[in-house]
Design a protein around this ligand. Structure first.
Ligand SMILES: [Zn+2]
Length: 423
């Protein structure tokens, strides 16, 4: 069927659903801004991103907000088209956005609010912008968490699954074929592919054809063979869809819409986000008719460039009409009555449990992971964590590991101290 479908899409041109541009992103989970982080060499990452035309986002753990090295900060500030930051949980302790039975919603709300507060501190310290897009540590959150993220003004989420842990995927190809969904808590949720697994090129081609943003992710160990590990995937995307815009997750979510021309000359927009930047790149002024899935379970206002516009409700769809002049860009947004203000929240790192886990993770990624035996151990630990913990406790090895982590943390603080003193 591919030939026929491709022909129809081509022949339909402006009159069939299409995205404003083809978007793609590559996210690396967990690192903070130290050079190198495990196998991630930031300078080489930028060189490869330039040579192979891709963009790298760091899924940044807010707990790390105050320990960036100035040389890496400069690199991010000098290359905003190639590097960006999104949010990876708050403390990244095991499943902090996990099932509600073991992780109360109130605790999760505290974590998402402290995460944002810490990222604001990160921005003040480094002058690097970040996108309030969350990548859940370990696994995707339950549906109630999605609503809370929307209330707390997160822009969206990107994970290997886009369906909350306690929800079932809606039936039908319309859902399965899209990267993004608004079905859960009126909050944009995007799926992404592991760059560490083999992704069939046909799957990427289908996403490109449908105008879906194509998102990839990996961890520092992905680069054990060298900083060129992602190049072939970027090349494949750029070959399948020339003109792909590689961008940060925030920009991608702000362009999550499809449009098509109606016979009366107006343009229909189907929105997959509550905050959109819409550019009229046609050769005349255009009247847009926007539709967006909405549960209407809370009061809301539709806005164009911050000014309210009238909208109608039809079932679970919001419809708004507005005009954009030729060549102009306008921001469409939905503001919800239950949105929380960003309060001043304590960003301090006082939890011994969290601090120990973060320092152990640093030790894992920056010391253990750098040897073959270490990487084998990490793989084995991921599969048989319980058995290893029992072994450590019974052998007193855990104390040793903690001691090493403490030593390593002191060393890294000294190194980052030296780095900032040098500048
Ligand atoms: Zn992680």
């Amino acid at each position: 069927m591919a030939a026929l479908i491709l022909f129809l899409h081509y022949a339909g041109g402006d009159r069939v659903w299409h995205s404003p541009a083809a978007y793609a992103n590559f996210t690396i989970d967990d690192p903070w801004l130290r050079q190198p982080y495990g196998y991630v060499n930031y300078e080489e990452l930028v060189q490869h991103a330039r040579a192979h035309n891709f963009h790298a986002t760091i899924a940044f753990i807010p707990w790390n907000f105050d320990r960036s090295q100035s040389s890496v900060v400069s690199l991010f500030r000098e290359n905003p088209d190639k590097l960006s930051i999104s949010i990876h949980g708050n403390n990244h302790v095991h499943q902090e956005f996990g099932p509600l039975a073991s992780h109360a919603l109130s605790e999760q709300v505290e974590n998402m609010r402290q995460g944002l507060a810490r990222m604001e501190r990160f921005r003040a310290l480094t002058h690097i912008q970040y996108d309030p897009v969350i990548i859940f540590p370990h696994s995707i959150a339950p549906e109630a968490t999605f609503s809370e993220l929307r209330k707390n003004q997160y822009l969206g989420a990107a994970n290997s699954l886009n369906v909350p842990s306690d929800a079932t995927a809606p039936e039908g190809a319309d859902f399965a074929l899209r990267t993004a969904t608004l079905r859960f808590g009126d909050f944009p949720s995007l799926r992404r592919y592991s760059a560490e697994a083999d992704i069939p090129p046909a799957q990427i081609a289908i996403d490109a054809f449908l105008g879906n943003p194509i998102l990839f992710y990996a961890h520092e160990s992905f680069f054990v063979s060298g900083m060129d590990a992602f190049d072939k995937t970027a090349d494949l995307v750029n070959r399948l869809q020339p003109g792909t815009r590689w961008d940060g997750l925030g920009s991608i979510i702000r362009h999550l819409y499809l449009e098509r021309r109606r016979s009366d000359g107006k343009y229909e927009l189907r929105a997959f986000s509550s905050k959109l930047e819409i550019t009229n790149d046609h050769d005349r002024d255009v009247e847009y008719v926007l539709e967006k899935d909405e549960t209407f379970s809370h009061g809301l206002t539709a806005l164009i460039d911050g000014r309210s516009v009238p909208f109608t409700k039809s079932g679970n769809v919001l419809q708004a009409t507005f005009r954009i002049e030729k060549g102009a860009t306008k921001e469409f947004s939905v503001r919800y009555a239950d949105e929380a203000a960003l309060a001043s929240i304590d960003t301090a790192k006082t939890s011994f449990h969290t601090n120990a886990i973060r320092l152990l993770s640093d030790f894992r990624d920056n010391v253990v992971s750098r040897s073959l035996v270490g990487r084998k151990f990490i793989e084995s630990y991921a599969d048989n964590g319980r058995a290893w913990n029992l072994f450590f406790v019974s052998s007193g090895g855990l104390g040793l590991v903690l001691l090493l982590a403490w030593y390593f943390a002191r060393r890294s603080i000294r190194i980052s101290g030296l780095d900032s003193a040098a500048r």
